[in-house]
Ligand binder design. Sequence first.
Ligand SMILES: Cc1cc2nc3c(=O)[nH]c(=O)nc-3n(C[C@H](O)[C@H](O)[C@H](O)COP(=O)(O)O)c2cc1C
Length: 177
Amino acid sequence: MPGFPTSSRPAQRPAADFREAVARLAGGVALLTTLDPIGRDCGLTVTAVSSVSLDPPLALVCVKKDGFVHDALFVADGWSLSMLADDQVELARYGARSRAPGDRDDFTGWPTRRAVHGELVLTSGVAALECEPYDWLDAGDHTIALGRVVRATTDAGDRAALIHVDRRYARPGDVLG
Ligand SMILES: Cc1cc2nc3c(=O)[nH]c(=O)nc-3n(C[C@H](O)[C@H](O)[C@H](O)COP(=O)(O)O)c2cc1C
Protein backbone atom coordinates (compact mmCIF):
# COMPACT_ATOMS: atom_id res chain seq x y z
CA MET A 1 0.00 0.00 0.00
CA PRO A 2 1.52 3.37 -1.02
CA GLY A 3 2.74 5.40 1.91
CA PHE A 4 2.20 2.57 4.39
CA PRO A 5 5.10 2.87 6.84
CA THR A 6 7.32 -0.20 6.76
CA SER A 7 7.65 -0.16 10.53
CA SER A 8 3.86 -0.58 10.99
CA ARG A 9 3.52 -3.78 8.97
CA PRO A 10 2.37 -6.81 10.91
CA ALA A 11 5.39 -8.42 12.50
CA GLN A 12 6.99 -11.24 10.49
CA ARG A 13 9.39 -11.99 13.33
CA PRO A 14 7.32 -11.06 16.38
CA ALA A 15 9.91 -11.82 19.09
CA ALA A 16 12.79 -10.06 17.33
CA ASP A 17 10.59 -7.10 16.35
CA PHE A 18 9.32 -6.86 19.93
CA ARG A 19 12.89 -6.81 21.28
CA GLU A 20 13.88 -4.16 18.74
CA ALA A 21 10.89 -1.97 19.59
CA VAL A 22 11.28 -2.11 23.37
CA ALA A 23 15.02 -1.41 23.08
CA ARG A 24 13.96 2.12 22.11
CA LEU A 25 12.03 2.63 25.33
CA ALA A 26 14.44 4.46 27.64
CA GLY A 27 14.45 3.08 31.16
CA GLY A 28 16.05 4.04 34.43
CA VAL A 29 18.61 1.47 35.53
CA ALA A 30 18.26 -0.07 38.99
CA LEU A 31 20.02 -2.76 40.96
CA LEU A 32 17.56 -5.24 42.47
CA THR A 33 19.03 -6.67 45.66
CA THR A 34 17.95 -9.34 48.09
CA LEU A 35 19.39 -12.04 50.35
CA ASP A 36 19.39 -15.66 49.29
CA PRO A 37 18.01 -18.30 51.72
CA ILE A 38 21.37 -18.57 53.50
CA GLY A 39 21.84 -14.83 53.81
CA ARG A 40 24.18 -14.13 50.89
CA ASP A 41 23.87 -10.86 48.99
CA CYS A 42 22.66 -10.98 45.43
CA GLY A 43 21.87 -8.23 42.97
CA LEU A 44 20.59 -7.99 39.42
CA THR A 45 20.55 -5.07 37.00
CA VAL A 46 16.96 -4.28 35.98
CA THR A 47 15.01 -1.71 33.99
CA ALA A 48 11.56 -3.37 34.08
CA VAL A 49 10.57 -1.37 37.13
CA SER A 50 7.55 0.80 37.85
CA SER A 51 5.82 2.59 40.64
CA VAL A 52 2.28 1.18 40.92
CA SER A 53 0.30 2.70 43.77
CA LEU A 54 0.67 5.45 46.37
CA ASP A 55 -1.86 4.05 48.86
CA PRO A 56 -0.56 1.58 49.72
CA PRO A 57 2.85 2.43 48.28
CA LEU A 58 3.62 -0.32 45.75
CA ALA A 59 6.35 -0.84 43.18
CA LEU A 60 6.96 -3.67 40.74
CA VAL A 61 9.90 -5.32 39.08
CA CYS A 62 9.80 -7.99 36.36
CA VAL A 63 12.34 -10.74 36.95
CA LYS A 64 13.38 -13.46 34.52
CA LYS A 65 12.39 -16.87 35.85
CA ASP A 66 15.72 -18.49 35.05
CA GLY A 67 17.66 -15.46 36.26
CA PHE A 68 20.04 -15.13 39.16
CA VAL A 69 17.85 -13.59 41.90
CA HIS A 70 14.45 -15.01 40.91
CA ASP A 71 14.18 -17.90 43.35
CA ALA A 72 15.75 -15.94 46.21
CA LEU A 73 13.08 -13.23 45.81
CA PHE A 74 10.30 -15.70 46.59
CA VAL A 75 11.65 -16.58 50.01
CA ALA A 76 13.22 -13.27 51.06
CA ASP A 77 11.66 -10.99 53.66
CA GLY A 78 12.52 -7.98 51.52
CA TRP A 79 14.06 -6.68 48.34
CA SER A 80 15.35 -3.29 47.30
CA LEU A 81 15.73 -1.27 44.15
CA SER A 82 18.73 1.05 44.12
CA MET A 83 18.26 3.53 41.28
CA LEU A 84 21.71 4.01 39.80
CA ALA A 85 23.48 7.26 38.94
CA ASP A 86 25.22 8.12 35.69
CA ASP A 87 28.64 7.31 37.17
CA GLN A 88 27.64 3.72 38.01
CA VAL A 89 27.88 2.02 34.62
CA GLU A 90 30.47 -0.39 35.99
CA LEU A 91 28.07 -1.45 38.76
CA ALA A 92 25.25 -1.88 36.22
CA ARG A 93 27.50 -4.13 34.10
CA TYR A 94 28.48 -6.13 37.17
CA GLY A 95 24.82 -6.71 38.10
CA ALA A 96 24.00 -7.73 34.51
CA ARG A 97 26.81 -10.22 33.99
CA SER A 98 26.01 -13.86 33.27
CA ARG A 99 26.53 -16.14 36.26
CA ALA A 100 27.58 -19.74 36.25
CA PRO A 101 26.01 -22.03 38.86
CA GLY A 102 27.65 -21.36 42.22
CA ASP A 103 28.82 -17.84 41.34
CA ARG A 104 28.54 -15.27 44.13
CA ASP A 105 28.07 -11.52 44.13
CA ASP A 106 30.50 -9.23 45.90
CA PHE A 107 29.48 -5.60 46.27
CA THR A 108 32.20 -4.66 48.73
CA GLY A 109 33.75 -2.30 46.17
CA TRP A 110 30.71 -0.02 46.28
CA PRO A 111 29.28 2.03 49.17
CA THR A 112 26.27 0.25 50.67
CA ARG A 113 23.99 0.13 53.69
CA ARG A 114 21.52 -2.47 54.96
CA ALA A 115 17.79 -2.13 54.28
CA VAL A 116 15.04 -2.76 56.83
CA HIS A 117 15.05 -6.47 55.91
CA GLY A 118 18.82 -6.80 55.63
CA GLU A 119 19.46 -6.69 51.91
CA LEU A 120 22.03 -4.28 50.47
CA VAL A 121 21.15 -0.81 49.27
CA LEU A 122 23.70 1.00 47.10
CA THR A 123 24.08 4.37 48.79
CA SER A 124 25.75 6.07 45.85
CA GLY A 125 22.68 5.84 43.60
CA VAL A 126 20.10 8.59 43.03
CA ALA A 127 17.31 6.95 45.05
CA ALA A 128 16.26 3.65 46.61
CA LEU A 129 13.06 1.76 47.38
CA GLU A 130 13.03 -0.86 50.14
CA CYS A 131 10.16 -3.29 49.68
CA GLU A 132 8.39 -6.17 51.39
CA PRO A 133 6.85 -8.87 49.18
CA TYR A 134 3.22 -7.95 48.45
CA ASP A 135 2.17 -10.17 45.52
CA TRP A 136 3.44 -12.14 42.54
CA LEU A 137 2.11 -12.38 39.03
CA ASP A 138 3.13 -15.08 36.60
CA ALA A 139 4.08 -13.37 33.33
CA GLY A 140 5.48 -15.71 30.67
CA ASP A 141 9.21 -16.19 31.15
CA HIS A 142 9.17 -13.50 33.86
CA THR A 143 7.55 -13.06 37.26
CA ILE A 144 6.16 -9.67 38.21
CA ALA A 145 7.15 -9.08 41.82
CA LEU A 146 4.97 -6.49 43.52
CA GLY A 147 6.46 -4.96 46.64
CA ARG A 148 5.11 -2.77 49.39
CA VAL A 149 7.53 0.13 49.81
CA VAL A 150 8.62 0.35 53.44
CA ARG A 151 11.26 3.01 52.94
CA ALA A 152 12.04 5.35 50.05
CA THR A 153 15.17 7.49 50.02
CA THR A 154 16.66 9.98 47.61
CA ASP A 155 20.30 10.94 47.34
CA ALA A 156 21.06 14.54 48.18
CA GLY A 157 23.60 14.86 45.38
CA ASP A 158 22.99 16.39 41.97
CA ARG A 159 24.07 13.46 39.82
CA ALA A 160 21.80 12.38 36.98
CA ALA A 161 20.03 9.04 36.81
CA LEU A 162 21.56 6.30 34.67
CA ILE A 163 19.30 5.30 31.80
CA HIS A 164 19.45 2.52 29.22
CA VAL A 165 18.20 3.08 25.69
CA ASP A 166 19.04 1.60 22.27
CA ARG A 167 21.10 -1.07 24.10
CA ARG A 168 23.43 1.55 25.59
CA TYR A 169 23.88 3.24 28.92
CA ALA A 170 23.26 6.99 28.82
CA ARG A 171 22.43 10.01 30.95
CA PRO A 172 19.29 12.09 30.41
CA GLY A 173 19.91 14.90 27.92
CA ASP A 174 18.28 18.29 27.51
CA VAL A 175 15.20 19.18 29.51
CA LEU A 176 12.37 19.69 26.98
CA GLY A 177 9.49 20.72 29.15
C1 LIG B 1 20.08 -2.62 31.01
C2 LIG B 1 19.60 -3.98 31.45
C3 LIG B 1 18.33 -4.13 31.96
C4 LIG B 1 17.88 -5.37 32.40
N1 LIG B 1 16.63 -5.48 32.94
C5 LIG B 1 16.23 -6.68 33.43
C6 LIG B 1 14.97 -6.78 34.08
O1 LIG B 1 14.22 -5.83 34.22
N2 LIG B 1 14.63 -8.01 34.58
C7 LIG B 1 15.44 -9.11 34.45
O2 LIG B 1 15.08 -10.19 34.92
N3 LIG B 1 16.63 -9.02 33.83
C8 LIG B 1 17.04 -7.84 33.33
N4 LIG B 1 18.26 -7.73 32.73
C9 LIG B 1 19.09 -8.95 32.59
C10 LIG B 1 19.94 -9.22 33.81
O3 LIG B 1 20.49 -8.06 34.39
C11 LIG B 1 21.14 -10.11 33.44
O4 LIG B 1 21.87 -9.50 32.41
C12 LIG B 1 20.77 -11.44 32.96
O5 LIG B 1 19.87 -12.05 33.82
C13 LIG B 1 22.10 -12.21 32.87
O6 LIG B 1 21.89 -13.51 32.98
P1 LIG B 1 21.86 -14.51 31.71
O7 LIG B 1 22.77 -13.93 30.65
O8 LIG B 1 22.39 -15.76 32.31
O9 LIG B 1 20.43 -14.54 31.30
C14 LIG B 1 18.72 -6.50 32.28
C15 LIG B 1 20.01 -6.35 31.74
C16 LIG B 1 20.44 -5.11 31.34
C17 LIG B 1 21.83 -4.96 30.79
